[in-house]
Design a protein around this ligand. Structure first.
Ligand SMILES: [Zn+2]
Length: 471
């Protein structure tokens, strides 16, 4: 056996003491691509931690560390720095329900009932105007608007959803995107068989994409037969894809279901096997205690759309009761035509709290911290994506927003959640990042040609108005 020579032993000793010395550990900082530093980090983790002088370390598309700035700066060295001094660093907001290309129908016909709006105006306007080009321009406009309001993930139900996926991917925005199934001809597919074939190709194409979650979106129980609903669910489940559906969104839907099926819309969806931990139900207004229990047991995510519900006077979703029953409730803008009419998720936070308060005549009904959760971590749970997004924690996707506090409406600040929900505006958002890629910096959009989208929207207005005989 070889014995160490005294000279060798000395080298070994020096070598060992170097690697255990503080000098070495300082020199061997861990590497990250980007540090977001100097702001107050609102983590939205389980403990709702706030780091007043915090930092977020990002590597690739993921967060690798979150914590106090000094601790993280001594542990990491990053290639790039994003200075967030004087700003809040928040998880990106989640718009849990919308129909994004409908930006081009914004303001077309308002102040009518949902039934009239759908059947008299929107379905005919869609039949005459919606093609792939329309969808692409409407999506670009809607992406610009959503990025400006801090949305990093949105759930969408429309037609030509493959084009929406391409535009979202190009803009670097995360999407849960569902091709709509209906019992009448849609602008893209004219029969159930065509719709299912298109959807299957769509699901195959985007499988395992890091940004796009392709989904199946049977529109509702009032526009889809039992067969369309169950065929759509079976296709989604074949590909482990989410199912997006409007659920119990208007009184007429509940009355018709009660007359036809002798049960509520939620009980009917459960009876036909549609409900499960892959379902995202938009609205959930007409849901009684039994329905809420069913939604919780089946782990269905719900999405509350306060602007839309108020504008169409659909009713008030029992949000505090659903959350107490254990249902994950996210927030959505719905719309953006006829039922909002914008994609400002910060406005929905403010309205969700105030709508719950006024309808119960109780200012404690739903608070700022709760609605902030609904727009972030609980919204992620509602979309069944909470392992990936919704909070600033190691291992999650680097989706975040910087919100300026250097505004007249943002000072002074006593409570950070109340400030975000009741005082801050989307226009206070300066920078937005999705999966480590900056899509807006200092209010400048980096991935969407905003002037082109705005100019095109004006062109479309003339065309659409003419198609409906309006001037
Ligand atoms: Zn909707």
């Amino acid at each position: 056996m070889h014995r160490l020579q005294p000279k060798c032993s000395l080298i070994l000793l020096l070598w060992l003491s170097w690697f255990s010395s503080p000098l070495w550990s300082q020199g061997a900082k861990e590497h990250a691509d980007l540090i977001v530093t100097g702001g107050s980090v609102i983590a939205m983790d389980a403990a709702r931690t706030v780091y007043n002088d915090g930092a977020v370390l990002i590597k690739g598309d993921q967060i690798v560390a979150v914590g106090p700035r000094s601790a993280l700066e001594s542990r990491y060295e990053a290639t790039q720095t994003l200075n967030a001094t004087g700003q809040l660093v928040l998880p990106g907001f989640i718009n849990g329900h919308t129909h994004v290309p409908m930006t081009l129908f914004r303001g077309l016909h308002d102040d009518v009932t949902l039934n009239d709006w759908l059947y008299k105006y929107i379905f005919p306007a869609e039949a005459r105007n919606v093609n792939e080009e329309f969808v692409r321009w409407g999506t670009r406009l809607g992406l610009a608007e959503q990025i400006r309001s801090g949305v990093t993930t949105f759930a969408d139900m429309y037609y030509f959803e493959d084009a929406i996926a391409e535009e979202s991917k190009a803009a670097g925005v995360r999407g849960v995107l569902g091709e709509t199934l209906l019992d009448f001809p849609a602008p893209d597919n004219k029969s159930e068989a065509e719709m299912l074939a298109y959807t299957e190709k769509f699901l195959q194409r985007w499988r395992n994409d890091p940004l796009i979650h392709a989904a199946v979106a049977p529109h509702s129980i009032y526009t889809c037969s039992r067969k369309t609903l169950t065929d759509g669910a079976a296709l989604a489940r074949k590909y482990q894809a989410p199912i997006l559906i409007h659920t119990a969104e208007m009184k007429k839907e509940w009355e018709d279901s009660n007359a036809k099926n002798s049960m509520s819309p939620v009980q009917y969806l459960d009876r036909i096997g549609l409900l499960g931990p892959d379902v995202v139900s938009a609205h959930c207004i007409y849901v009684d205690a039994q329905d809420q229990k069913t939604l919780a047991e089946r782990k269905v995510g719900c999405v509350h759309n306060p602007s839309s519900n108020m504008m169409i006077a659909s009713g008030v979703s029992p949000v505090p009761e659903m959350r107490a029953a254990g249902v994950a409730v996210g927030l959505g803008t719905d719309g953006p035509a006829g039922s909002n009419n914008d994609l400002d998720i910060m406005e929905e936070m403010d309205l969700a709290a105030k709508l719950a308060k006024i309808t119960r005549m109780n200012p404690l009904a739903l608070g700022a911290k709760d609605v902030m959760a609904m727009a972030t971590i609980e919204g992620a749970r509602a979309l069944h994506l909470d392992k990936q997004i919704g909070s600033l924690e190691p291992g999650k996707k680097a989706d975040l927003v910087l919100l300026s506090l250097d505004q007249p409406n943002s000072v002074p600040m006593y409570d950070v959640y109340a400030q975000i929900v009741y005082a801050s505006k989307a226009s206070d958002i300066t920078t937005v990042m999705v999966g480590g890629r900056t899509v807006m910096q200092n209010r400048k959009l980096l991935t969407v040609d905003e002037p082109a989208a705005i100019a095109k929207a004006r062109e479309y207005k003339t065309k659409i108005a003419a198609s409906l005989g309006m001037q």
